[in-house]
Design a protein around this ligand. Structure first.
Ligand SMILES: CC(C)(COP(=O)(O)OP(=O)(O)OC[C@H]1O[C@@H](n2cnc3c(N)ncnc32)[C@H](O)[C@@H]1OP(=O)(O)O)[C@@H](O)C(=O)NCCC(=O)NCCS
Length: 184
């Protein structure tokens, strides 16, 4: 196995969308909900914060990705102006969920200005790929001047929590989900 971490390109989008679906804890969501969540957790970054996204390649196969947004104000603007109205028109009950998402990022923003999401393809996990991805992301965010990076992760994802702990993403709060952060 020879893994390369490279900058995200548009041609990788379908692959990272399908990796995200393959590790979903809600595989049975209706199609319109899936589209909303893929926009929230994947497409936004591929469009608006592409420079902070990386993929892991095994040969030419995409086997993992990490996507981040270093600009909370950009995220908030897009989220509230473009995304939220569309999302609520499809599922009014999502309003609280979505407002909570922004509230959490805002609460920790003074020390952790960037946030990230990542997944490694099943069959390729626990081979060091996630570590390569997250270390590359730390380097990049530090280079562009971020103070820290955070994420939320369900406490039920035991493997992911152990992974983040090993990579210096300490538990910094509990907002229903675990909030983890690392100063850069
Ligand atoms: C969490 C994840 C990104 C880590 O990437 P990875 O390439 O598997 O991780 P690495 O090989 O670099 O690091 C391995 C360490 O992560 C932890 N880990 C990862 N997967 C694990 C699992 N299924 N069970 C237990 N520990 C796990 C362990 O601490 C492991 O160390 P060990 O093998 O010495 O016990 C990846 O496993 C994944 O995508 N999992 C499913 C989806 C997910 O949870 N995504 C994160 C959502 S916030």
């Amino acid at each position: 196995m020879s893994i390369r971490i490279v900058s995200f390109e548009d041609r990788h989008l379908d692959d990272i969308r399908s990796i995200n679906l393959s590790v979903s804890t809600h595989p049975d969501r209706p199609a319109d909900e899936k589209a909303l969540f893929q926009h929230l957790y994947i497409d936004y970054y591929a469009i608006y914060s592409k420079d902070s996204c990386f993929v892991a390649l095994d040969g030419e196969e995409v086997v993992g990705y990490i996507i981040a947004e270093p600009c909370l104000e950009c995220y908030r603007r897009h989220f509230l102006i473009d995304y939220m109205p569309t999302a609520i028109s499809l599922r009014p009950e999502f309003e609280q969920y979505l407002k909570n998402e922004i509230r959490i990022y805002e609460k920790y923003h003074s020390q952790y200005d960037a946030h990230l999401h990542m997944d490694v393809k099943p069959g390729h996990q626990r081979k060091g790929i996630g570590t390569m991805l997250i270390q590359r992301e730390f380097e990049h965010l530090k280079e562009i001047g971020c103070k820290g990076v955070m994420l939320t992760v369900s406490p039920s994802r035991i493997g992911a929590n152990s992974f983040y702990e090993k990579n210096g993403m300490e538990l910094i709060g509990n907002e229903g989900a675990n909030v983890r952060g690392k100063k850069l």
